[in-house]
Design a protein around this ligand. Structure first.
Ligand code: ADP
Ligand code: MG
Length: 582
């Protein structure tokens, strides 16, 4: 059969044009895309060979081979996967049948129609676009491929402009070889993007395809000094070139091993390597889920909170993999923000490689996975609080703030976050100098106490000196010490716990809720009546410095105290706001 010329489908042309002309800078992902196609192709032949062993033609050692060539400035990616016949090459490579790419083009059109300032660069950056990404680095691409079980091989070639050619050719091994004729910016020692360089390729394989389950091999060149028969370097000799086959990827993703086959050390080393930490993690979660959405997740709570956890430059999120192929580094859409300190990864065959961040956000699969992970983490923390108090308090010291911010944030986001978190909160308290949960506080409340009391201040000592504390202490009532500025926001957001409202001891009327205080209240009212003129005089003297001057029952030995009104912000909140302004 003679050489034939074919036109690309209109959408394909459009996509190719974007690939070649966009100034999208993340060129290196082309390798990930081609390797993932190779891996898919091997999956397919492996699967079909289960029922038809002849397909393998005696070649069962699945592998992907990278061949960089500095003379022709090419990079060839070969696999012994399923391969393609003529119809399949035309169908699979020449047209865009894939929903991911179609969706991408539609999205691009929409984005451009609604906002002219959206550039191709913005859009492409969020996609992996499969085979066509080869044209980001190559001026010309040649595919030779032979389908497993068939005799005739095909050669496909294109420069990525508008058309491609196909012709018959010879190929001994089944599978596909893709040769990229690298563009002049993508080879040579003067560029960082040197895709004919073995070190660059090794780095990219480790970064994107380390866990592909077939070996990704390469002829590794090195130089060695010649040695004599005793192993001593021969003096004045020249280094000799040595070539050996090297497998670049580690292949087995730790998370695909059975839980019982993984040692604590393996988990720790993996964590430190993968997430660039020096310390072992405080907590490890290994989740395998089947059912509606199949996935594996490996998550970690670090030993220490990173210094920038609450800064704008901190990027939370989990790594995403699909069938062990890396998709994305910091996917924020899995876990709620209050779990921003959790590091880890999710691998699911139900996630598509070619998916944009926008589409991902709406992905049902992702929502299902996220819900499951959140539940797993919260359950473990709750259990720890109950059974391993010391460990939990260590966690709380590092990441408690994150949960408190989460409770506060739920005022704005709606949802049930505060209900999920309320039992995980710990506060300092006037009892026993320990941390207490709200549940524990409530269990200690005497029958007559109607509200949960709290006081705000920079530290415990300052709160202890509040004039109002004296009375509560005398009555044996427990007070939560809110010493972290976010504590009070958190309490405000909760509003009540298990039917008990929170009551600031330095805000509005202090209703201690027992009979004694009813009587005191009456006494106070009487004193107020008798001293009405005095109060008026004091208010006049102080003018705008205070809102109101009142007789109080909340003082023991102090003559006066400042209180915030029940409606307005509390004193410490006011302090926080003015700190933030400065
Ligand atoms: P996707 O992988 O999402 O399907 P690609 O653009 O990466 O999209 O690839 C398009 C199609 O081309 C694949 O679905 C597959 O049918 C075919 N293909 C690509 N590379 C290979 C290969 N190495 N071996 C066999 N088929 C391949
Ligand atoms: Mg692909």
């Amino acid at each position: 059969m003679a050489k034939e010329q074919h036109e690309f489908q209109a959408e394909t042309k459009q996509l190719l044009d974007l690939m070649v002309h966009s100034i999208y800078t993340n060129h290196e992902i082309f390798l990930r895309e081609l390797i993932s196609n190779a891996s898919d192709a091997i999956d397919k032949v492996h699967f079909e060979a289960l029922t038809n062993r002849d397909l393998l033609e005696g070649d069962e050692s699945y592998e992907i081979f990278l061949v960089p060539d500095k003379e022709s400035h090419t990079l060839t990616i070969s696999d012994n996967g399923i391969g393609m016949n003529l119809e399949e090459v035309i169908e699979n490579i020449g047209t865009i049948a894939k929903s991911g790419t179609k969706a991408f083009l539609e999205k691009l059109k929409e984005a451009k129609e609604s906002d002219a300032s959206v550039s191709d660069k913005d859009m492409i950056g969020q996609f992996g676009v499969g085979f066509y990404s080869a044209f980001m680095v190559a001026d010309r691409v040649v595919i030779t491929t032979r389908k497993a079980g068939e005799k005739q091989a095909v050669r496909w070639e294109s420069d990525g402009s508008g058309s491609f050619t196909t012709e018959e050719c010879e190929k001994e091994k089944r599978g596909t070889s893709i040769t990229l004729f690298l563009g002049k910016d993508f080879y040579g020692d003067s560029t960082e993007e040197n895709y004919e360089d073995q070190y660059t390729l090794e780095r990219l394989v480790k970064k994107y395809s380390d866990y592909v389950r077939y070996p990704i091999k390469m002829n590794w060149e090195s130089e060695e000094m010649p040695r004599d028969k005793d192993g001593k370097i021969i003096p004045d000799s020249k280094p000799e070139k040595k070539v050996e086959i090297r497998t670049l990827n580690s292949m087995q993703p730790l998370w695909t091993k059975g839980k019982s086959d993984i040692t604590q050390d393996e988990y720790n080393e993996f964590y430190k390597n993968q997430f660039h930490d020096w310390e072992n993690p405080m907590e490890i979660f290994h989740v395998n889920a089947e059912g509606a959405v199949e996935f594996t997740a490996l998550m970690f709570i670090p030993e220490n909170a990173p210094f920038n956890l609450y800064h704008a430059d901190f990027e939370p999120g989990l790594q995403l993999y699909s069938r062990h192929v890396f998709i994305m580094d910091k996917c924020k859409d899995l876990l709620p923000d209050y779990l921003r300190f959790v590091k880890g990864l999710v691998d699911s065959p139900d996630l598509s490689l070619n998916i944009s961040r926008e589409l991902l956000q709406q992905s049902r699969e992702l929502k299902v996975i996220g819900k499951n992970l959140e539940k797993t983490i919260l359950k473990t923390l709750a259990k720890q609080l109950e059974k391993e108090r010391e460990k939990y308090e260590k966690f709380w010291a590092q990441f408690g703030k994150s949960l408190k911010i989460g409770v506060y944030g739920s005022i704005y986001s709606g949802g049930d976050t505060k209900d999920k978190l309320k039992d995980l909160l710990l506060f300092e308290t006037s009892k026993e100098g320990k941390l207490t949960s709200l549940k524990e506080y409530k269990e200690r409340m005497p029958e007559s106490q109607k509200k949960i009391f709290y006081a705000t201040g920079k530290d415990k000592a300052i709160i202890d000196e509040l004039p109002q504390m004296e009375l509560l202490r005398e009555k044996g009532l427990e007070v939560l010490y809110l010493t972290d500025p976010v504590d009070e926001f958190c309490i405000e957001a909760l509003h009540e716990y298990d039917g008990k409202e929170f009551q600031s001891i330095s805000r509005g009327e202090l209703d201690l809720g027992d009979a004694e205080s009813e009587q005191e209240k009456k006494e106070t009212e009487n004193i107020a009546k008798e001293n009405g003129d005095l109060m008026k005089d004091i208010k006049e003297a102080l003018g705008d410095k205070v809102g109101e001057v009142k007789v109080s029952s909340r003082l023991k030995s102090s003559a006066v105290c400042l209180v915030a009104s029940a409606e307005g912000p509390s004193l410490s909140m006011e302090q926080t706001f003015s700190d933030m302004d400065n």
